[in-house]
Design a protein around this ligand. Structure first.
Ligand code: DUC
Ligand code: ZN
Ligand code: ZN
Length: 529
């Protein structure tokens, strides 16, 4: 007998970016149908949500997998611990059904072609397969006019890649203002969204050298090399540059209230500025950089990411407010996985002849000697932490359950807005007729006893989690990808090749707003012609 539906989800509290209510959902093939009669469900597989929240599957627009990070001592350093199989496995067990990862150009001449870079990353994804759907952003680290002119249109048309990330820091990746303008304008012409890593690289370099000259090189000092103004200045400069050519701009991994305030001010003026924040900025502080053994212990390198989280919870309060009031468009993980106990992971930051840095204390180390040989500095520690699996449960526990954000806002930030911003809506990020049947179902309130997270609960290929020991009160009970139940009651049912590559369209959240005044004294409109 042919059934009307393959799968139905009963008794759920369905949450979308705008609404919340009790509905059942029918799925035929890969797509959704939101209403049907009792007879129509005969023969279908049934998932009983038992009153739990049912949401569109999570979309994580910021994930690093299989990425070449070994761009030299002044780049990100280290080796990415997760490939497409392990990273997407971790994602699906945490309620995420779509990831967008990075294909990165390097300054090496053989990496000049963005098309070749994308082909290489695509081969990496195909080599292992992905449990969930995936797409690419490109990272552009040079401003070769011929490449931008000839290859950006091909990226958009053939690959459906409609976003690029640019860096203002890291010696091997950063673009100067002149180059930023070049690339941002080229991207704008092809409706490619420019994502920006906004930190002032020269301030960081200067502060790093000052810290090193005083022997302050332990992981903790990474945070001191990046005070709020490092992010705030770069955010402000980016907005000035973007306004010059009337380009929308998307700030990724915003970690400070200084940066959030600059972004908010531009949005209030009507400027099309989008912003992302991440779990580390809502859940970690400088205290976590002293968490292990002693403030100078190398194990604190587990917490190093850039930008760093703020000194205390006051920044977290501002960032939660930014989630609530719309300053932040999306909430992503910035999953950038490095193993700790691995010569290609965080240990890259250690002098090989300084085994004592692995111990509980560095008190016995001669700082002048380390200062002389800068290899032992925090500057060598790969920047990034894992979090693709914990992204949604952390925000559920500390955002929804505390009442800081509504369930609808949660869906907007973690699924619907990423889908719109990255040109995937309404195929993704929605519970609508015809949308992909990507669904996350939570445990009914109060039925999952609060538990303490341990790394062994997670499915990534990293030997630690920054959220070890934190209490969670909910976790995705089911994750469904295009109608297939991938994760159910703690059991992984999906397979590595269940995921498909996604071609994306342009940003659907708007290129600008009507009341943004074009001022001929400020805006070089002719430049775009
Ligand atoms: N930027 C990222 O996007 N991820 C990790 C580190 C960094 O600098
Ligand atoms: Zn970055
Ligand atoms: Zn990142």
């Amino acid at each position: 007998m042919t059934t009307k539906f393959d799968l139905v989800i009963l008794n759920g509290v369905v949450v979308t970016a705008s609404d919340i209510g009790k509905f059942d959902i029918g799925i035929k093939g890969h797509t959704l149908t939101p209403s049907f009669s009792a007879e129509e469900i005969a023969g279908a597989e049934i998932v009983d949500a038992e009153g739990g929240m049912v949401m569109p599957g999570g979309i994580d627009g910021h994930v690093h997998l299989c990425q070449d990070l070994k761009t030299g001592p002044l780049g990100l350093g280290g080796e990415c611990a997760d490939n497409f199989e392990t990273g997407s496995r971790s994602a699906v067990c945490g309620g995420t059904t779509t990831i967008i990862t990075f294909a990165t150009q390097t300054r090496a001449d053989e990496d000049r072609s963005l098309l070749k870079v994308v082909e290489a990353y695509s081969a990496r994804a195909e080599a292992t397969g992905s449990y969930i759907d995936y797409g690419f952003h490109v990272i552009i680290v040079r401003d070769d006019e011929d490449v931008l002119e000839t290859e950006l249109p091909v990226l958009v048309e053939q690959w459906g890649i409609t976003s690029c990330k640019l860096f203002m820091t890291y010696e091997t990746m950063r673009l100067q203002d002149y180059q930023l303008l070049d690339v941002m304008l080229a991207a704008l012409k092809h409706s490619i969204t420019t994502m920006i890593h906004a930190e002032n690289g020269e301030m960081i370099q200067w502060l790093t050298e000052k810290l090193e000259s005083k022997g302050m090189m332990a992981p903790y000092y990474h945070a001191l090399s990046r005070p709020q103004s490092v992010e705030g200045e770069a955010a402000n400069r980016t907005i000035v540059l973007a306004e010059l050519i009337e380009s929308p701009i998307l700030f990724v991994h915003v970690g400070s209230s200084a940066s959030a305030a600059v972004i908010r001010a531009a949005q209030t003026r009507g400027y099309p500025v989008f912003a992302e924040t991440c779990p580390q900025y809502l859940n970690l502080t400088w205290e976590d950089l002293k968490r292990f053994h002693s403030p100078t212990c190398f194990e604190n390198s587990k917490m190093i990411c850039s930008p760093p989280p703020g000194p205390d919870s006051s920044d977290q309060d501002s960032l939660y407010l930014g989630l609530h009031n719309g300053t932040f468009t999306i909430f992503s993980s910035d999953h950038c996985p490095f193993k700790y106990d691995d010569p290609h992971g965080k240990m890259v930051g250690i002098l090989e002849h300084e085994p004592s840095m692995r111990g509980p204390s560095r008190e016995d180390i001669s700082f002048p000697e380390l200062a002389h040989n800068k290899v032992g500095s925090f500057r060598m520690i790969p920047n990034g932490i894992p979090g693709v699996e914990t992204r949604l449960p952390l925000l559920f526990t500390r955002g929804i359950s505390t009442g800081r954000i509504t369930p609808q806002k949660f869906v907007e930030l973690t699924s619907t807005n990423p889908a719109k911003l990255y040109g995937l809506y309404p195929r993704k990020g929605a519970i609508l007729p015809g949308s992909d049947a990507d669904i996350v179902i939570w445990h009914p309130e109060g039925t999952l006893p609060p538990f303490t997270l341990e790394n062994k609960h997670l499915h990534h290929n990293v030997d630690y989690t920054p959220y070890e020991g934190m209490k969670f009160n909910n976790w995705p009970r089911y994750t469904i990808l295009r109608g297939k139940v991938m994760w159910a009651n703690g059991v992984l049912l999906g397979k590595p090749y269940d995921g498909e590559y996604l071609k994306r369209g342009p940003n659907q959240l708007g290129k600008g707003v009507a009341h943004f005044k074009k001022d001929p004294r400020r805006v070089a409109a002719w430049v775009r012609e």
